[in-house]
Ligand binder design. Structure first.
Ligand code: ADP
Ligand code: MG
Length: 225
């Protein structure tokens, strides 16, 4: 899916006003892997949440395949998030009381037949080389294994866009490379990937790098493959 931001701005109204995003304009093409770099508090997570339809803009527009997210009803937005968006996080966010297989199935449990999602979940776990752990609980897994489970969960509904918030922040070099290889393989399947990272090594593997500071785009820097 093509994602287009036009003068996208978000102001949080608290005790103090925070302009978390200021007039961001950019286009992310289908099948791109965009790396977003920037200091802590610069607006990276806010930007991911805007793209995922979790946060609505205060000003400006976000268009996904030409559709303005602001114009969707709440239930259309929910459907957008549930069908088009996958999300992975630095801290994995698995549910400790459920097994690996159950964790992968959980988000789709209310929407699809159990046998169908179980089969899909097992296929994904096999592809991600973690199927031997399907009956384990998250507490028994390494960080790299947990992130592979989280990727399987994010991919179960075959999203068009995968949002990754510091996905390798807690991983050692080997596991970081493994996660990046998985993301690259997904990108080759045509999935649009957006990776927030502090890690130059991770950012270099994207198709494009983008820097944010204080909610502003600093240096859109297209790379030639
Ligand atoms: P990053 O992910 O780059 O560390 P964030 O996008 O989380 O930064 O935050 C950007 C700025 O917006 C920060 O100053 C943060 O404190 C503020 N912020 C984020 N979410 C909220 C919120 N829900 N309410 C108020 N301020 C927020
Ligand atoms: Mg963040």
């Amino acid at each position: 899916m093509t994602i287009q931001l036009v003068d996208a701005s978000i102001t949080f109204d608290g005790v103090e006003k925070v302009e978390a995003l200021k007039n961001i304009s950019l286009t992310i093409e289908k099948g791109e892997c965009l790396a977003i770099l920037g200091p802590s508090g610069s607006g990276k997570t806010t930007l991911l949440n805007v793209i995922g339809g979790m946060l609505l803009l205060t000003n400006g527009e976000i268009l996904v395949d030409g559709q303005a997210l602001q114009q969707l009803t709440n239930s259309e937005l929910q459907t957008f998030r549930r069908t088009k968006i996958g999300y992975i996080f630095q801290d994995y966010r698995l549910f400790d009381q459920f097994t690996v297989l159950e964790n992968v199935m959980l988000p789709q449990w209310p929407y699809q037949a159990k046998a169908t999602i179980e089969k899909k979940a097992q296929t994904l776990l096999t592809e991600l080389q973690i199927s031997h752990r399907e009956k384990a609980f998250p507490s028994a897994l390494s960080g790299g294994e947990k992130q592979r489970v989280a990727i399987a969960r994010a991919m179960l509904h075959q999203p068009d866009i995968l949002l990754c918030d510091e996905p390798t922040g807690n991983l050692d070099a080997d596991n970081r490379n493994n996660v990046m290889e998985i993301l690259e393989a997904l990108r080759e399947q045509g999935i649009t990937i957006i990776v927030v990272t502090h890690d130059q090594e991770v950012a270099k593997r994207g198709t494009k790098e983008l820097f944010i500071r204080d909610g502003e785009l600093v240096l859109p820097n297209a790379k030639v493959n």
